[in-house]
Design a protein around this ligand. Structure first.
Ligand code: ATP
Length: 463
């Protein structure tokens, strides 16, 4: 096993062992492409969302947050092109019926394919490279031609109405909710161009081969921003947004050498430019976030299909136009995986190998853990409870940990990524050295160093 896939296995195992992520419906044998977040996972996920929201709404003056309904009018997915064009090219192995995603297999042998290519274009490339692609299960090279397989997930909402008609889909991408509410924002918040909208929302895709843990799932959450600009005033803003998003990943602790930009070679017909921020996942560099210059396509399509005027009127000049849209879109699961893979370290400490998640303190599931040195000494437990309550009132996510000996607690909190551990001992009670009364031991996750801090100074010290 190479080092990288080894890292993936270790991250998956840590996620399960320490209550970060579990396979969805595990007791029934699991449901592929669906994962459940456990107590530590949901804290990390929520911290990621909060930091993302802060950077993309609170720290900006002209971005408006929304949370749109998941079910949308069937026409939305027609207007967006999803019912006709949102598909993966799939082929079946004639020997063992294993289904492969042809664009990804082509990419793996260095042939650029794009999900937006026609069936004919993909099949031409597939044919030309047939000898280089083998079935991942049986190794044969005999496949059916690729067929487009639509990724939208149908619901039965509306089946009970007399209208019959088109199915109501689950969202294939979260951003459509932003386009649908653009006019509501113009009318209710009166923003002046340029302005942005932001949303974190669920999306569902019939991915044929969900893989690499949280990297490709069937149910996901996407964090999207759409920035509305005057036509042709896109270039400077696009560059700024790109850099802003890259810098944000660095600000939450991801190593810059594990991030890179890649420009799309095959632009979809309406796009003016498209880039990915790639992360060096355990499987190698791959798309973390997409940054797209979508021109006026989305609003023009929705104007055409809904019949509602989506023009923006410049309040000063009276000029009317459809704004262009600059989009950023990232899957929270991919972001979660990137953060974990980046924070995962195995290293020597005190003569032992330890596993530690060196998470940014604002991301760590527990801001701090508090323990009594011995859990069978009521006076220590009582004092530790006092400190625990004090810190919980300040930070919220504070862990109480009295399981096993102190060394084991440190190892456990290292694996969860808790930046500091506090131990209340007999010195805290003033029993051994009166000058140390009301002081505690604070142990640093990254260095393992311990220092004595007065309880009265703890909050300030931890901040
Ligand atoms: P890919 O080429 O990897 O399938 P995409 O180009 O289809 O991704 P977009 O439709 O642009 O992705 O979605 C925006 C973001 O949503 C991606 O950058 C990624 O972070 C996330 N994303 C997309 N599909 C999935 C998935 N199946 N599982 C998890 N995250 C996903």
């Amino acid at each position: 096993m190479d080092k990288k896939s080894d890292t993936m296995e270790k991250v998956v195992s840590l996620c399960k062992r320490r209550g970060f992520v579990f396979q969805g419906s595990e007791i029934y044998g699991g449901l592929a492409g669906v994962f459940d977040y456990g107590p530590n996972g949901v804290e990390l996920l929520n911290n990621l969302k909060q930091l993302w929201w802060k950077a993309n709404v609170y720290d900006k003056e002209n971005y408006y947050g929304i949370d749109s309904g998941m079910f949308k009018h069937p026409k939305v997915w027609e207007a967006s092109g999803h019912t006709s064009g949102f598909s993966d090219p799939l082929a079946d192995c004639r020997e063992c019926n294993t289904r492969i995603r042809v664009d990804k297999e082509l990419e793996a042998i260095g042939v650029t394919a794009d999900e937006k290519m026609s069936e004919e274009e993909i099949n031409k490339l597939f044919e030309e490279n047939r000898e280089k692609i083998s079935c991942p299960k049986c190794g044969q090279k005999d496949f059916t031609p690729a067929r487009a397989f639509n990724l939208l997930v149908k619901s039965n909402l509306g089946d009970f109405t007399s209208e019959g008609g088109e199915p109501v889909y689950l969202p294939g991408e979260a951003c459509q909710g932003i386009y649908l509410n653009y006019k509501n924002i113009l009318n209710s918040m009166s923003p002046k161009l340029p302005f942005g909208m932001a949303q974190i929302g669920k999306a569902f895709r019939n991915e044929i081969s969900p893989r690499n843990f949280l990297f490709r799932t069937r149910e996901m959450e996407q964090a999207d921003t759409q920035f509305f600009v005057k036509p042709n005033e896109n270039k400077e803003a696009f560059e700024k947004i790109k850099q802003d998003r890259f810098d944000w990943y660095v600000s939450i602790g991801i190593k810059p050498e594990n991030l890179r930009f890649t420009q799309h070679k095959n632009l979809v017909f309406y796009a003016a430019d498209a880039w990915d921020i790639e992360y060096n996942f355990p499987g190698g560099f791959d798309e973390l976030e997409g940054i797209h210059d979508r021109t006026d396509y989305d609003l023009t399509q929705h104007m055409k299909f809904s019949g509602v005027d989506l023009n923006y009127t410049d309040p000063e000049t009276g000029e009317k136009y459809i704004p262009w849209i600059l989009e950023t879109s990232v899957g929270l699961g991919r972001m979660f995986l990137a953060v974990l893979a980046d924070a995962y370290h195995e290293e020597e400490m005190d003569g032992n190998t330890r596993t530690v998640l060196k998470l940014h303190p604002d991301l760590a599931p527990n801001r701090v853990a508090v323990s009594p040195l011995l859990k069978n000494k009521p006076e220590l437990v009582e004092k530790a409870r006092e400190v625990f309550k004090l810190l919980k009132a300040e930070f919220g996510n504070v862990a109480w940990d009295d399981n096993g000996n102190v060394g084991k607690r440190y190892r456990r909190q290292d694996e969860i990524g808790t930046p500091s551990c506090i131990v209340i001992d007999f010195e805290t009670l003033g029993q051994e050295k009166p000058e140390l009364a009301d002081t505690v031991t604070v142990r640093d996750r990254d260095t393992g160093e311990q220092e004595r801090v007065a309880i009265a100074d703890l909050i300030q010290r931890l901040k």
